[in-house]
Design a binder for this molecule. Structure first.
Ligand SMILES: N[C@@H](CCC(=O)N[C@@H](CS)C(=O)NCC(=O)O)C(=O)O
Length: 209
């Protein structure tokens, strides 16, 4: 199978980390959604990443929908419990982290695509406030040693790739004190082999504005 997307995309990275964790072999298509938009659009209908091209040619899009398929393959080894409150907890923590990422990405895109005089400060303030609220709530709900308790789950992966993205791109609402527990969790996860396997190559970066 082929994972389409560069690793500066936290949601692409989270799929890659799950693939490594499950021991599922894959190759990569690292063409850029910006520099190679037409080529990526031929594979991924919304010109978004990640997309996963299965061995029979079927194309899956959206990290959550892709992980749903990979979790089925992984069965008992899945990074999420099969059912019940424990599953809901992982889904909700993951959704909080993914929703926070969406607000952070909205800020990054607004600043990238609009010159300062054309940016909406109302929109930026709203997104920054939502991102801060997401981080605050994640911090409040965070368990130890992992986000949802004793074992690594999709929530840890999403939080870690979110923290990495914010530290790299837009860290103004990520507080070293208020959100220290999220940063510590991310540091702990980043040294695990399955996370290290998804280190970025130099070319895998959205151009800076
Ligand atoms: N909900 C989607 C979000 C996908 C997404 O927004 N990907 C970004 C990269 S992190 C993207 O492709 N952005 C380009 C665009 O939306 O035009 C998922 O989890 O896969």
């Amino acid at each position: 199978m082929i994972l389409v997307g560069q690793y500066d995309s936290p949601v692409t990275r989270r799929v890659a980390i799950a693939l490594h964790h499950y021991g599922i072999p894959f190759t990569r298509d690292t063409r850029s959604i910006f520099g190679d938009a037409a080529a990526v659009g031929k594979i991924s209908p919304l010109t978004r990443i990640p997309a996963l091209v299965l061995d029979d040619g079927e194309v899956l899009i959206d990290s959550a929908a892709i992980l749903d398929h990979l979790d089925e393959q992984a069965d008992d080894a899945a990074l999420i419990p099969a059912s019940g409150p424990a599953r809901r907890l992982v889904l909700q923590m993951t959704a909080l982290a993914q929703g926070t990422l969406e607000k952070v990405a909205a800020v990054v895109y607004e600043r990238h695509f609009h010159s300062p005089e054309h940016r909406s400060t109302d929109w930026l303030d709203r997104c920054l406030g939502q991102a801060r609220a997401g981080l605050d709530e994640l911090t409040r709900r965070l368990a130890t040693p992992y986000a949802c308790g004793a074992t690594l789950t999709h929530a840890d992966v999403m939080i870690t790739t979110l923290v990495w993205y914010m530290q790299d791109r837009m860290d103004e609402v990520l507080s070293p004190t208020a959100h220290a527990s999220l940063i510590t969790l991310a540091e702990h996860c980043e040294i695990l082999p399955v996370f290290r396997a998804t280190a970025l190559s130099d070319f895998e970066k959205m151009p800076r504005s």
